[in-house]
Structures are given as structure tokens and as C-alpha cells.
Design a protein around this ligand. Sequence first.
Ligand SMILES: O=P(O)(O)OC[C@H]1O[C@@H](O)[C@H](O)[C@@H](O)[C@@H]1O
Length: 295
Amino acid sequence: MTATIKQITRGDLACWEIRHRNQTLVIAEQGAQVLEYQRDGEHPLIWLSEEAAYHRGQGVRGGVPVCWPWFGGLDFNPKEIRQQYALAEPPAHGLVRQQPWVLQHRQEEADGITLRFGLSDQADRQSLPPVEPTLTVRLDDGLSLALNNHNHGNTPVWISQALHSYFAVSDSRQVTVHGLDTCPYVDALNDWQPHRQHGPLTVVGETDRLYLQLPDTLHIDDPGWQRRLTLSASGSRSAVVWNPWVDKSRRLTQFAGDAWQRMLCIETARVLDNALLLGPGEQHSMVVRFVTTAL
Ligand SMILES: O=P(O)(O)OC[C@H]1O[C@@H](O)[C@H](O)[C@@H](O)[C@@H]1O
């Protein structure tokens, strides 16, 4: 066994701290939210806000929130998803990131450790569809996250979802995102109009885009830290690229005014026409793996 796993607390939240080789991973039971992931002596791979607050029932800014069973504002989702819910004030990013989850299973092997989280019996399931979400987290030479859905009901269910990864970067203005070239995207900041990407993406202002028809692999090249971060996804053809830039940073909770310079979100997703339709009894897994290499 090369991994050690320890129960810790951050503020009000019970968390797991996993050490494997030279890596540390911290996951909060609430929301099954990855909070930290870093190799000893290196810059963090996942960004966690310096102003993060750890309260029950409140999402933590940074890490990898699980957005489910809808992504973003419910009103901006396809009709098939919207009509499944009758909530007066549907929260952004769905219903489970502030809910209690539990560690259901752990498996340690010579080359890594796998943890599976599922919603706790204490979770408020009132408005949830009859679909069971689980998050499988595997730490070996990199970090892999699998968001699994299993429809236990008798009717088909539409889901939109994201693993809302906040990546740590040396300077969001200096990094380039590769793999988006020629892909269509919808710009949430320009009336949800369709566009098409040409070449790599450099962030030059507030950015909030839903990319579609993506290849399996995207990269963030970070010249400041001489590092390439590779995201390899399966079971997903969409991702959200988000950076709040100057003005929106001031309006965000748990977010320093200049923190937009230190983070970039690339959120592996199933959104818009890539939303997931699960028939009765069907299962689906959306997997993403994060690995860094020298640039
Ligand atoms: O503040 P929240 O609810 O965690 O959302 C943060 C951001 O999440 C991103 O995924 C959205 O595209 C943004 O529009 C949103 O502002």
C-alpha cells in the first residue's frame, strides 16, 4: 500500500486527506468536492480560494464542485431539463454541491487509491430525479474523477452536469488553452450566441463559454510555471471555460479581487446539445483525468 488516508476537518466540514507518493489530495464529504490537489514542491494543480469558507450547506470556492443534475442557471438549460423541475428558486449548478455525501467505498492498490462517494441518506432528495449520482476519485500518477449516473426510475431523465474544475495557473492572461480549435461554442456573455473557436484560447477579459464537439484531450500551457496540464475526458464532448476577470471577481463570494489572475476553470461537462439522456435502468460515466508535465 502506498497511499495513506486521514480524516481531517476544514472549518465545519469533514474531509479526507489522501497522500500517495508525492501527492496530496483533499476532498470534502460535502458535495464530494475535491478541494486541493498538489505534488510536493510543485505549484498546486487545483486552485482553492484564499478566501474559501468551510460552512455546512454552502459551496466552497475553488476545487472541483460537482454540478448536477443541471449545470449553471436552470433557465439557461434545454427545455427537456427545465421542465423536469418546478422550483421557485432553483440554485445555480444544481442541487448536490451543498449536500452531504458519504465515502461509500475505498480501494487501495500498489499503484494508487480509489474512493467512491455517493449522496448521504441525510441529503435532501426531494427535488432530485430518480438518478443516483456517484463520484469516483482515483489518485495514481495523476488524478481521475468519474461522475457516474444510474437511472433507477421507470422514465427517461435528462441531466446536464459538470465537474467544475478550478485550475491553478501562474497568470490567467499568459496561459493558452489548446484543443478547442474549430469547436463551436456558446458565449454566455454575448446573449448565448453561437460562435466558433479559431486557434488556441487566450483569456483577454471575462470569459464564460460553453464549448461543444470537443476532442478527448485539452491542454492548458502555462509558460510562467513551465507546465502543461492535460485534461483527458471520456463520456463528454462539452466543457465550460470560465474566468471572471476584474468586475465579476468583485461580485463573487469567497473570491479575492485579484484571484482571477490565479485561476482558470475548464469544466468537463454534459451541457446544451451534449446533455445526457438516461433511459430507465441506464448508467453513464463521465471521466476526466488531470496530469501535469514539463512544458
Ligand atoms: O458562483 P458559482 O455559482 O459557483 O458559479 C461560478 C461560475 O461558474 C461557471 O461555471 C459559470 O459558467 C459562471 O457563469 C459562474 O459565475
